[in-house]
Design a protein around this ligand. Structure first.
Ligand SMILES: *[C@@H]1O[C@H](CO)[C@@H](O)[C@H](O)[C@H]1NC(C)=O
Ligand SMILES: *[C@@H]1O[C@H](CO)[C@@H](O)[C@H](O)[C@H]1NC(C)=O
Ligand SMILES: *[C@@H]1O[C@H](CO)[C@@H](O)[C@H](O)[C@H]1NC(C)=O
Ligand SMILES: *[C@@H]1O[C@H](CO)[C@@H](O)[C@H](O)[C@H]1NC(C)=O
Ligand SMILES: *[C@@H]1O[C@H](CO)[C@@H](O)[C@H](O)[C@H]1NC(C)=O
Ligand SMILES: *[C@@H]1O[C@H](CO)[C@@H](O)[C@H](O)[C@H]1NC(C)=O
Ligand SMILES: *[C@@H]1O[C@H](CO)[C@@H](O)[C@H](O)[C@H]1NC(C)=O
Ligand SMILES: *[C@@H]1O[C@H](CO)[C@@H](O)[C@H](O)[C@H]1NC(C)=O
Ligand SMILES: *[C@@H]1O[C@H](CO)[C@@H](O)[C@H](O)[C@H]1NC(C)=O
Length: 832
């Protein structure tokens, strides 16, 4: 639309300026706001730009002042405008800016220091939203600056806007927010969505079709002029972008060389007009070098490492331009581009793609940054000569890099605050950001008389290997010190999140088989990480062909999204993109109760103590109790078994797998629901099986069997034992009656089980598996009975050690009166 026209204008302008060699006027923004927050009149910065007051954009409340302005108490090496004055927010405050439709750059300027009002930014945490996007969340400008080498900071976002850009500052509880400057600049239509110069975005490491919707917001996390100097706002081609040198991101061992071709002019084209990047970006670059011994280049990758937040999609834009006279045709310099250890482009031939020497081009890639390298990973960009087709030069080239973070499916761009680099008073080399590397370039330039034809390898030779400054080596690289805080987990704010398939694929390393922690009839369960790697989750993915599974997934989602209990496994969210059905749960590091009973590694994994087993039973019983009585209508689980009782890291038991669960009777008069029999053979209530009526007592029956297994460490049905032992229920029952229980229990329990608790436990378990449902206790009573059993055990154990023998009996006789120990006697089954 309007920006289309703009594009045309830009191209015309660029064509016009080409002859003059002045490319800086390439783009004239239609929207431009430069706001010096907290001031009341216009101010002029060192580069003669006029910044206006923020007052007319502030949506103020008539009732009280929600913000005030204050001047910085110190001014350490930051430009005066816009950093010396701040607007400080006491509460949520909105700014509003009228803009034309389309994407806008939004730059926020922060100078964390003390202000004259007494406000100290060290205690300031806040969030920033714009038109529904969360840009920053519980953000600390102070921590962010301490993790960098400068004293001030600019956050650049790219947000889609229709008519108004509403910017909201929201202080975290008992905190204030602040901002020093706001800048809004328009850009050419679809500048970051249409793809590179070939209108394509290559999806790295995935075959999923990817295009950038016009509802996407970005954050610029890196913009680098490879091999060159900083290009500041004024040096940019119209959009006031800042391009930084690559010293901090190039992997220092193989840093390559920086060829210099004096007086070169970049031949911009319609596909790569001047606004894409200034001449300085395309004129300077890095190559691998080693002209005399090119085979060396086959031994390494020229590598850059970029700090990013995990769990986001990134748009990586790479800029290329060959300017050496001897690299003048296709097939001469061919290399492979790796992004995040994956091949992004196998055969990259700049001249072949761009059409000639000095013609710039840029390519866009989309890459998922997962969690392989820990919580705050680096995005690795590597270039390697592609030798298979025998190019003339075993070398690679790169001129510029832009890395943009795309918003998550919840519309958030916020990452965690970094950890400070070093304490601020030690921070070396307080570099003024806009003066960084300005006059002390470390690149030795040898000026050559370049005359078109005769320059051959001479140019390579004239090139000087890059020497890294001694001072620089003292600096700690940013990317090794940043760690996320766990403060930003959205888990607390969303009861049940909807995940995009991208997030799920990030979380599971694209369903990496190595991360499978369980499989079932429905599909597989993967261990994954979300929220920037900070939260471990279990990701259950439905197998493609399972219709029954699809129904169970829906049931589980419906049930679990409404239930929250410490003894029920929590559902974090789900994903139903692209015909996938995925459920995301809290991760249970200690796995299933079943594995602890039967599959444990005797050497490394001690058997569960009797006390712990009782606690696990109590936990699972409480979970069931909650299902049966905690919600408006009883919920019948229908599939209680040792595989569906999971243990967290502290062995707290949680009931899982609600795929078969059913809402119980919904009226007083009804006591059951009629339904087709489902469940797991062996755990199935015989009454339910016979009569096809389901009550909460069916779960009680299954729970009784779990208790038997916990006690005997023996599967419910086994063939290889004598007949009378093959059915666990009958076997336990007969030993219970015969008083020989101690002979059938798990031998590992023999050391610490107390007789009195054993008897009590069996009594409850035997009641649970009564043939008639009405004779089985409700879960309430099972919980009480088990808690009492634990109490008996603890008392008896203490007495065995200490010598006084009668406490347990005393306790027993005392509570006997209250009927707690024998809850079932004389009690009518509760109306369901
Ligand atoms: C609000 O702020 C203005 C100037 O910033 C000041 O003159 C006025 O007294 C303040 N009003 C209140 C109620 O604090
Ligand atoms: C400020 O913006 C937020 C969200 O954008 C909105 O909910 C709130 O009503 C706005 N407040 C004012 C005073 O405009
Ligand atoms: C921005 O705020 C104004 C006034 O509060 C409101 O009318 C408008 O709908 C908002 N626009 C967006 C995109 O939120
Ligand atoms: C932009 O805003 C106008 C007026 O508020 C509205 O009619 C139009 O539908 C909006 N366009 C989009 C794409 O949201
Ligand atoms: C976004 O794209 C949709 C479909 O491509 C289009 O209908 C809509 O007008 C676009 N919105 C804006 C603000 O450009
Ligand atoms: C710029 O490149 C075009 C091809 O894209 C070529 O025709 C033209 O001659 C070049 N201009 C200069 C000044 O090199
Ligand atoms: C270059 O990087 C890729 C991807 O990270 C890696 O697989 C390859 O082994 C590297 N090559 C060399 C020679 O280091
Ligand atoms: C970014 O947020 C928008 C709006 O919330 C959403 O439509 C879009 O899908 C999100 N982008 C990604 C990559 O999730
Ligand atoms: C914000 O971060 C700080 C420091 O990490 C933390 O103490 C605080 O609880 C966080 N606040 C919120 C609302 O997350």
């Amino acid at each position: 639309m309007i920006s289309h026209a703009l594009l045309v204008i830009c191209i015309l302008v660029s064509a016009a300026v080409l002859g003059l060699g002045d490319a800086t006027a390439a783009y004239k923004p239609t929207d431009l706001f430069l706001i010096n927050c907290g001031t009341s009149s216009d101010t002029i910065d060192s580069q003669s730009q006029t910044w206006t007051s923020d007052q007319q954009h502030l949506l103020t409340s008539k009732l009280k002042n929600l913000s005030f302005s204050s001047d910085a108490s110190y001014q350490e090496e930051v430009p005066q405008v816009p950093y010396t004055t701040a607007r400080i927010f006491l509460s949520n405050v909105n700014y509003s800016f009228p803009v034309s439709p389309g994407w806008k750059y939004l730059r926020l300027y922060f100078y964390p220091t003390r202000y004259e009002s007494g406000f100290d930014t060290a205690s300031s945490f806040f969030s920033v939203t714009v038109n529904g996007f969360t840009l920053l969340k519980n953000f600390s400008a102070d921590l962010t600056v301490k993790a960098s080498k400068s004293k001030s900071l600019v956050k650049e976002f790219i947000v889609p806007v229709n008519q108004t850009l509403n910017l909201t500052f929201m202080p975290s509880p008992s905190s204030l927010a602040f901002v020093n400057g706001i800048e809004i600049v328009s850009m050419p239509d679809g500048f970051y969505s249409k793809g590179g110069f070939d209108n394509m975005i290559t999806n790295v490491g995935s075959t999923i079709d990817f295009n950038i919707k016009n509802t996407t917001a970005f954050e610029t996390v890196h913009r680098i002029n490879v091999g060159g100097q900083m290009v500041d706002e004024v040096g940019d081609t119209g959009m006031f972008r800042r391009w930084l040198p690559d010293d901090d991101v190039i992997l220092s061992e193989n840093s390559g060389i920086i060829p210099v071709v004096p007086g070169v002019k970049i031949n911009y084209t319609e596909k790569t007009p001047p606004y894409v990047a200034p001449e300085d970006v395309y004129k300077t670059y890095r190559t691998m070098g080693n002209v005399d011994n090119p085979e060396i280049n086959l031994n390494f990758n020229m590598t850059w490492l970029f700090t990013v937040d995990a769990g986001f999609l990134y748009l990586v834009r790479l800029h290329f331009c060959e300017t050496l006279a001897e690299v003048n045709g296709p097939g001469q310099r061919i290399f492979t581009i790796f992004l995040g250890n994956q091949i992004a482009k196998q055969e990259m031939d700049v001249i072949d793609m761009s059409g000639g020497s000095r013609i710039p081009m840029y390519l866009d890639f989309n890459v998922l940054v997962g969690f392989e390298n820990g919580p705050r990973p680096d995005l690795r960009l590597g270039l390697h000569p592609y030798a298979d087709i025998f190019p003339k030069y075993y070398d690679a080239i790169l001129n510029g890099v832009e890395i943009l973070k795309l918003n998550s499916s919840e519309g958030s761009l916020a990452g965690p605050n970094p950890n400070p680099l070093v304490s601020s008073d030690q921070t070396p080399n307080h570099v003024k950001p806009s003066a960084r590397k300005g006059n002390n370039s470390h690149v030795l330039v040898i000026t050559l008389a370049v005359v078109g034809s005769s320059v051959v390898l001479a140019t390579f030779v004239s090139v000087i290997a890059l020497l890294r400054k001694k001072k620089k080596t003292k600096d700690v690289p940013l990317h090794t010190t940043s760690k996320p805080t766990d403060s930003c987990s959205p888990l607390t704010t969303y009861l049940c999140r909807r995940f995009s398939i991208f997030e799920i694929k990030y979380a599971t390393n694209d369903f990496d088989e190595k991360l499978i922690v369980g499989t079932g009839g429905f599909g597989s369960v993967y261990k994954g990480r979300i929220d920037g790697g900070t939260t471990l989750v279990a990701v259950k993915r439905l197998g493609i062909a399972s219709k029954q599974g699809a129904k169970e997934f829906k049931t589980e989602l419906e049930m679990l999204s409404k239930l929250r209990h410490v003894h029920l496994v929590s559902l974090i969210g789900y994903c139903d993109d692209e015909n996938e059905m995925v459920l995301v749960y809290e991760y249970m590091p200690r796995g299933t109760l079943k594995d602890h009973l039967y599959k444990r590694n005797k050497a490394s994994d001690p058997p569960l103590s009797w006390e712990r087993r009782l606690e696990i039973c109590i936990g699972a019983a409480r979970g069931l109790q909650y299902l049966h009585t905690g919600a408006k209508h009883a919920i019948i689980h229908r599939d209680i078994k040792t595989t569906n009782i999971l243990l967290d890291e502290n062995y707290v038991a949680k009931v899982s797998d609600f795929g078969l669960s059913k809402v119980g009777p919904t009226s007083e008069s009804q006591s059951h629901v009629s339904t087709v029999v489902k469940g797991t053979f062996g755990y199935l209530d015989p009454e339910y099986y016979r009569r096809q009526v389901l009550t909460v007592k069916s779960d009680v029956y299954s729970f009784g069997l779990v208790m038997f297994e916990v006690l005997c460490c023996r599967l419910i049905n086994i063939e290889i034992v004598p007949q009378e032992q093959s059915d666990l229920i009958r076997w336990v029952k007969s030993n219970y009656i015969g008083g020989t229980l101690d002979q059938i229990i798990d031998p590992d329990l023999a050391v610490d089980i107390t007789m009195i608790s054993l008897e009590k436990f069996c009594e409850i378990a035997v009641r649970c598996v009564q043939d008639r449902g009405t004779e089985r206790p409700p879960m309430n009573d099972v919980v009480w009975g088990l808690e009492f059993t634990l109490q008996l055990h603890e008392t008896a154990k203490k007495n065995n050690e200490g010598g006084t023998m009668t406490d347990a009996e005393a306790l027993l006789s005392k509570t006997d009166d209250n009927c707690v120990c024998d809850p079932v006697v004389g009690e009518e089954p509760k109306a369901l």
